[in-house]
Design a protein around this ligand. Structure first.
Ligand code: DX5
Ligand code: ZN
Length: 221
């Protein structure tokens, strides 16, 4: 079993002050920076790429950066994010023509590798690559946007993923992404997750009226 890690999704941060936002959530106790990469092709939205990852490293961020690739194809972005200072790189298996090769590319670059499962994507993609993943990421919303509601059926899928990971005896993190809030995180943890992405729950807590909003929410999570 792993320690619990909280991974704020910077998708909900103020991009005009990104370095400061990341510094603030890390100072407030966050463990990992979750970095959502969307290409307006695999998902209907467009966000940030390797240059922004590199800029965060240059800014002085030393915490792990968890790059969630929602792009197709994936291999070129894998190479660019290795170069840009990523720690974890996860991708959606449907978006790669050669899943085994993409996983290998990530590990060869010295990063931790992971597969991401959309709500309707079967966990059977793991059958022949369990020894090549460091992270399994279950989407509890359809990817593309922050601020959506947690899809309840993901709890059973989490239990199934937890059972597969435990049976494999490999050292694999189980991450959950989408609609994680203060009022459902305990239930999500009980279903087997050990790494929790939260975007809107964390970043919307910080407002002019509540400059310590991050601290308050991160303490409750
Ligand atoms: C959705 C992204 C998530 C998103 C989570 O495609 O992968 O990381 O930012 O945001 P919340 O926590 O607001 O659901
Ligand atoms: Zn994400």
């Amino acid at each position: 079993a792993h320690d619990f890690l909280i991974a704020p999704s910077i998708l909900s941060a103020d991009f005009a002050r990104l370095g400061e936002e990341v510094d603030n959530v890390l100072a407030a106790g966050a463990d990992v920076v979750h970095f959502d990469v969307m290409d307006n092709h695999y998902v209907p939205n467009l966000t940030i790429g390797p240059m922004v990852c590199k800029a965060l490293r240059k800014h002085g961020v030393t915490a792990p950066i968890d790059v969630h690739l929602m792009v197709k194809p994936v291999d070129r972005m894998i190479s660019d994010f290795i170069e840009a200072g990523a720690s974890y790189i996860t991708f959606h298996p449907e978006a790669s023509e050669h899943v085994d090769r993409s996983l290998q590319l990530i590990r060869d670059g010295g990063c931790k590798a992971g597969l991401v499962f959309n709500p309707a994507t079967p966990l059977s993609y793991l059958d022949y690559v369990m020894d090549k993943v460091d992270m399994v990421l279950l989407m509890s919303v359809n990817p593309g946007f922050g601020g959506q509601s947690f899809i309840p059926g993901t709890l059973n899928k989490l239990r199934e993923a937890r059972a597969r990971i435990d049976a494999s005896h490999y050292d694999i993190r189980l991450e959950i992404d989408g609609g994680v809030k203060v009022d459902n995180i305990a239930e999500i943890a009980a279903a087997g997750a050990d790494t929790f992405v939260a975007g809107s729950a964390i970043f919307s807590a910080h407002q002019a009226s509540d400059p310590h909003g991050y601290d308050t929410v991160l303490k409750q999570l």
